[in-house]
Design a protein around this ligand. Structure first.
Ligand code: ZN
Length: 381
């Protein structure tokens, strides 16, 4: 049995488990709020703790460019720097290099790119992505992968899969060097940090198989599914998740990267996924969209101008206990900064609360009826 992860309950393909990380135990399935630049936008660490966030994300690309991973290492690592003592997962920066940076050039060695901030020239390689994340001292570091855009031709995706497997081996080798203590020049704020491999392959099942075979052969502490939620239809994503998750080791956590809507969470847990992250709850909060059990509320709509009901009558978050739709609409229309905070508190609470309900349903062995009720009610809206 892996000491990293224990499955405590199973219900169909859904699993309830515990993930043991250097900064604490995470109850799964889990949703991880995204704190790209060492902050979950609009909310404080104290608020995140009271929401029950168990683990949050940071991003290698953004933190490397600003304020710099060496500065963060000198501050004692990302946990100390941002004042968060629960687990942190850092993304490798692969996705951001491919989606944000200008004039990137991919070679076998890695990616040379210009910063989206000031145009300065940088290089990310499978090895440097490990070193940066070691300096940050996250609990979970992700391998550096190539993320082709969607849609892409089968040839482009096959080349990206093969290169990503070669990069996986280099990133894993570098991780093992750091673990052996043979790279004393790289400070490691969290010496016990674990490394996840990433399965790519777009929506081609045969290429997913190819990626699974190559990445499992390298041998990581656990595995993630990347390259989804990039524009493909939801039904296609669920097929790829089901197909891929079934091939990943039973005794290890499975992380679906960058997904998704409340429906995506429930549907992917049903297909064996244990970990999620997504910007939707915070990004949509800033855009005035509130997730509720009965669908999404667009708070700027005139129909809420004098609606004194809370966003979601069943929600127990701070926002719903204290404020009406009318007040939240007013804050949004007046462009008050508090609008983003109150909306983010509600949306994050909704996501974390949904994960809690999923965990309970798996424990009680009634996940399938929970899933049907949850989706029926969302669809009725
Ligand atoms: Zn609420």
């Amino acid at each position: 049995m892996s000491s990293l992860f224990t499955v405590t309950h199973r219900d169909g393909r859904a699993r309830r488990g515990q993930l043991r990380l250097p900064h604490g135990v995470v109850e799964t399935p889990v949703f991880m709020p995204v704190g790209t630049r060492a902050a979950v936008k609009g909310v404080t660490g104290e608020q995140l703790e009271s929401l029950g966030a168990q683990i949050i994300l940071g991003n290698t690309y953004h933190l490397h460019l600003r304020p710099g991973d060496e500065l963060i290492a000198r501050a004692g690592g990302l946990h100390k720097f941002m004042g968060w003592d629960r687990p942190i997962l850092t993304d490798s920066g692969g996705y951001q290099v491919f989606s944000l940076s200008d004039r990137r050039k991919i070679s076998e060695d890695g990616v040379v790119f210009r910063s989206h901030l000031d145009g300065s020239l940088h290089t990310l390689t499978p090895e440097s992505a490990v070193d940066i994340q070691a300096r940050l001292g996250s609990d979970i570091l992700m391998m550096f992968d190539e993320c082709p855009p969607w849609p892409a031709t089968e040839d482009v995706i096959r080349d990206a899969v093969d290169r990503t497997v070669r990069w996986a081996q280099r990133g894993r080798d570098r991780m093992l060097v750091l673990r052996s203590g043979a790279a004393a020049d790289v400070p490691r704020a969290t010496p016990d940090q674990v490394q996840f491999g990433i399965i790519q392959g777009g929506t081609h099942l045969a290429l997913r198989d190819r990626s699974v075979t190559g990445t499992l052969k390298v041998g990581f502490d656990a595995y993630a599914i990347g390259g989804l939620s990039v524009g493909e239809p939801a039904a296609t994503m669920y097929d790829v998740v089901e197909h891929t998750a079934a091939q990943l080791p039973e005794q290890l956590p499975r992380y679906l990267m960058g997904t998704g809507t409340p429906t995506d969470l429930v549907e992917s847990v049903a297909r064996g996924i244990d970990m999620f992250d997504c910007v939707l709850p915070t990004r949509n909060a800033r855009n005035g969209q509130l997730f509720t059990r009965d669908g999404v509320i667009v708070i700027k709509n005139a129909r809420y101008a004098e609606d004194l009901a809370p966003p979601d009558a069943e929600c127990t978050c701070y926002t719903c206990r204290h404020h009406s739709r009318a007040y939240l609409r007013h804050l949004f229309m007046a462009n008050e900064i508090t609008s983003a905070t109150l909306n983010s508190l509600h949306n994050l609470h909704f996501y974390l609360d949904t994960m809690g309900a999923i965990r309970k349903a798996i424990e009680f062995g009634n996940f399938d009826s929970f899933r049907q009720d949850f989706l029926r009610r969302l669809e009725k809206a």
